[in-house]
Design a protein around this ligand. Structure first.
Ligand code: ADP
Length: 330
C-alpha cells in the first residue's frame, strides 16, 4: 500500500511569521512528517515574482530552511529541500502552462491583489506573477502528491492544481495524482495584529502587526499587547464583527490546542486575553528560536541536509515529469 504523499512549501520573500507557523509549518512537524511520505520545500522561484534583491533571496532561503529544521522537521523522516535545486519544477511548469488558460489565472485572488500593488508601486507586473499558480501546480503534481497542507489563503491555488491535473489526465491519459488541500482546524488564516482585515503576511511592509518566528520575547509581547481590537470590552468569538479579538482567540487557542469559542469564555477583559496570548506565543516560539540559533551556527550541516533533500526530491520527480513529457507528445 502506497503511503499518502504530502507536499508543501514556504516562499523566502521575508522572515517566517506566526501565520506560516500556525497555518502550515506546525502541522508539517507534528503530523505530516510522521503520517505521510512528505516533502517540504523552500520555494525560492516563487520569490522572484515581485521586486526582489538577489542577495536577500539567497539569505532568506537559507534562513527559511534553517527555520523549518528548527521547527522540528527531521530529514530522517521527510525531505527538506530548495525548489530551484530541482529542475523538474520548471520543466513541468511549462507543460502545465500549455494546459492552463490565461482566464483562469487572471481570476486568482492573489494575482489581482498583488498586481494592483505592483502597478501602484510603479513596477511592471512580472509575467511570473500571473503564472505563479502554474509553477505551484508543478511543485505539487511532480511528486504525485495526495495532500497539500496549507493555510486558507492557498485554497484557490491548490484547486487550480487539481483542475490542471484532471484536465491533463483527460487529454493525454492518466499521468498525475489529483491532490487535495488540507487546512488546520484553528488559525488557518492568522490576521495582521494591526489590521485584522488583512492576513499576517511576511512580505508586508510594516512589521508592527506581524509576529516573526525569530522575534525576541519582549518584541512579541509588545506586538500582541498593541494588537488592534474594537471598542467593546467583553470577550466573544465573532470573526465577522470582532475580527481583532477573534484573531487573538484563534492564536491563543491554536497555541494551547483548544477551541477559540471555549477560550473566549475564560476571559472578561481584553488586557488579560492579550497577556495570555503573548505568553502562549512566546512559549510556542521559544524552542524554535533556540534551535535556530544552534543550527545557524552550523550552516554546513544545513547545506548538507538541503543537498541530500534535493537529491531525493529529484529522484522522485524525474520519472513523473518524464512521463508527462511522453504523454504530451515530446
Ligand atoms: P506568505 O504569505 O507569508 O508569504 P507563503 O506563501 O510562503 O506565505 O506560505 C507558506 C504557508 O503559510 C502556506 O501554507 C500559507 O497558506 C501559510 N500562511 C501564510 N500566511 C498565513 C496566515 N496569515 N495564516 C495562516 N497560514 C498562513
Amino acid at each position: 500500500l502506497k503511503r499518502t504523499r504530502t507536499f508543501s512549501g514556504v516562499k523566502p520573500t521575508g522572515h517566517l511569521t506566526l501565520g506560516n507557523y500556525l497555518g502550515a509549518v506546525r502541522r508539517w512537524v507534528e503530523v505530516d512528517q510522521y503520517a505521510s511520505d512528505a516533502l517540504f520545500s523552500v520555494v525560492d522561484l516563487h520569490a522572484l515574482t515581485v521586486e526582489h534583491d538577489p542577495a536577500r533571496i539567497l539569505r532568506l532561503s537559507r534562513q527559511a530552511a534553517t527555520l523549518l529544521l528548527a521547527s522540528g522537521l527531521d530529514p530522517a523522516l521527510c525531505t527538506v529541500y530548495v525548489q530551484s535545486h530541482v529542475d523538474e519544477h520548471a520543466r513541468l511548469s511549462y507543460l502545465l502552462e500549455c494546459t492552463a488558460t490565461d482566464g483562469e489565472l487572471r481570476r486568482m485572488i492573489q494575482y489581482k491583489e498583488k498586481s494592483v500593488r505592483a502597478r501602484a508601486a510603479g513596477d511592471g507586473v512580472r509575467l511570473s506573477l500571473l503564472t505563479y499558480p502554474v509553477l505551484m501546480a508543478a511543485d505539487i503534481l511532480a511528486y504525485e502528491t495526495d495532500e497539500v497542507p496549507v493555510g486558507e489563503d492557498q485554497r484557490q491555488h491548490v484547486e487550480l492544481a487539481r483542475d490542471l491535473a484532471v484536465r491533463f489526465n483527460q487529454r493525454y491519459g492518466h499521468t498525475f495524482t489529483v491532490p487535495r488541500a488540507t487546512h488546520p482546524a484553528v488559525a488557518a488564516r492568522v490576521m495582521d495584529l494591526q489590521d485584522p482585515s488583512s492576513k499576517m503576511g511576511k512580505s508586508h511592509e510594516s512589521g508592527a502587526g506581524i509576529v516573526y518566528l525569530l522575534d525576541e520575547p519582549d518584541v512579541v509581547r509588545k506586538k500582541v499587547m498593541r494588537a488592534v481590537t474594537d471598542s467593546g470590552s467583553d470577550v466573544a468569538y465573532d470573526k465577522e464583527n470582532r475580527p481583532g479579538v477573534a484573531n487573538l482567540l484563534d492564536i491563543l487557542a491554536a497555541a494551547t490546542d483548544r477551541e477559540p469559542a471555549a477560550v473566549a469564555e475564560e476571559y472578561t477583559s481584553y488586557g488579560s486575553l492579550k497577556r495570555d496570548t503573548a505568553d502562549a506565543v512566546v512559549e510556542l516560539l521559544r524552542p524554535v528560536r533556540e534551535r535556530h540559533a544552534e543550527l545557524a551556527a552550523d550552516p554546513a550541516q544545513v547545506d548538507k541536509v538541503l543537498r541530500e533533500g534535493a537529491e531525493r526530491a529529484r529522484g522522485m520527480a524525474r520519472p513523473v515529469v518524464d512521463r508527462a513529457y511522453r504523454a504530451i507528445g515530446l
